[in-house]
Write a protein that binds this ligand. Structure first.
Ligand SMILES: [Zn+2]
Length: 154
């Protein structure tokens, strides 16, 4: 039971550390080592939840990993979890889509990016659902409606 071995202790902290080091878009590129490391450590359903996101039961992880249509990110995909369950994937989003999704959505992606105001504006402008260089992935909790997600870049 690989999932049971690693649940609640996913090695995603490396991402936060890398992001905390700051540095605008160059972070995404310079972070190659961190993302490569994540890729090496994550397999499929291990990328469900983790970090600040709640762990889910193995059955739920299975359902998301094997019976839910996935999406394709620039880096290793992650799946937002909330209320001990996998959230609904709302879609890949650029700046315009995020603005339409509402202030909560923008704030979630901004908080997760870890960028301060100047870098955030630059990064926000670069968000594009199809072409990048950065894309946001938005989710909504199926139980309480909380919006969650993250973004990554090429
Ligand atoms: Zn919830």
């Amino acid at each position: 039971m690989r999932y049971a071995d690693s649940s609640g202790n996913l090695p995603i902290k490396g991402l936060s550390t890398a992001q905390a080091n700051g540095g605008g878009l160059s972070v995404c590129i310079a972070d190659g080592s961190a993302h490569t490391k994540l890729k090496a450590e994550f397999v499929d359903r291990d990328s469900i939840g983790g970090g600040n996101w709640v762990p889910v039961r193995a059955e739920i992880a299975d359902e998301i990993a094997y019976r839910t249509p996935g999406f394709s990110g620039w880096q290793q995909e992650r799946w937002f979890t909330h209320c001990s369950d996998g959230a609904e994937f709302l879609g890949a989003m650029g700046k315009q889509e995020l603005l339409r999704a509402g202030a909560d959505a923008v704030q979630v992606i901004r908080d997760e990016s870890g960028y301060d105001s100047d870098k955030w504006e630059y990064y926000f402008d670069s968000l594009n659902a199809e072409h990048g260089p950065a894309t946001a992935y938005l989710f909504k909790c199926r139980h309480c409606g909380t919006i969650g997600g993250y973004s990554d870049c090429q």
